[in-house]
Design a protein around this ligand. Structure first.
Ligand SMILES: *[C@@H]1O[C@H](CO)[C@@H](O)[C@H](O)[C@H]1NC(C)=O
Ligand SMILES: [Cu+2]
Length: 147
């Protein structure tokens, strides 16, 4: 009897995890347990973090930081590269933790404007795709398809 109950609990957990995976929106905790901070390993930290993730319009980025220790602002690529906050896209978010919903596809760049945090590696670049279904049929431009 007891083991049957355990089986049901385990099955329920598996189902819950599965449902989370197929849910339309995904939230991504930036840096996972590291959070949004000056990473020990420099900028490579967030490059590595983003590299195995798929970002889709509607997904949420969770920037985990304590208010007053960091902030987050989206910037154009040039500003990301130079760690400049003079051309922000939207307003700088100073209250943490904060959730940012990805509303458009393409490249998105985020930096912290505190001191030399960005220069020290607190910067995130991601590529957001438009659709959650990568296998969506597309119009073929292959000339071999013309009969
Ligand atoms: C931010 O997202 C997380 C994870 O989805 C959620 O638990 C939390 O309630 C959200 N916070 C706000 C302020 O929306
Ligand atoms: Cu910072």
């Amino acid at each position: 009897m007891e083991s049957q109950k355990k089986m049901i609990v385990v099955f329920g957990l598996v189902a819950a995890v599965f449902l989370q995976c197929v849910a339309v929106e995904t939230s991504h905790v930036v840096g996972d347990s590291v959070g949004w901070t000056i990473p020990q390993n420099g900028a490579q930290e967030y490059v590595t973090w983003a590299s195995d993730k798929k970002f889709v319009v509607g997904d949420v980025l969770v920037f985990s930081f304590a208010t007053g220790t960091h902030d987050v602002v989206e910037v154009p690529k040039a500003s990301f590269d130079s760690c400049s906050s003079t051309n922000p896209i939207g307003s700088t978010i100073t209250t943490g933790p904060t959730n940012i919903t990805l509303t458009s596809s393409g490249e998105h760049y985020y930096i912290c404007t505190f001191g030399l945090h960005c220069e020290s590696g607190q910067k995130l670049a991601i590529t957001v795709s438009a659709s959650a279904s990568p296998s969506a049929p597309s119009l073929s431009t292959n000339p071999d398809d013309t009969y």
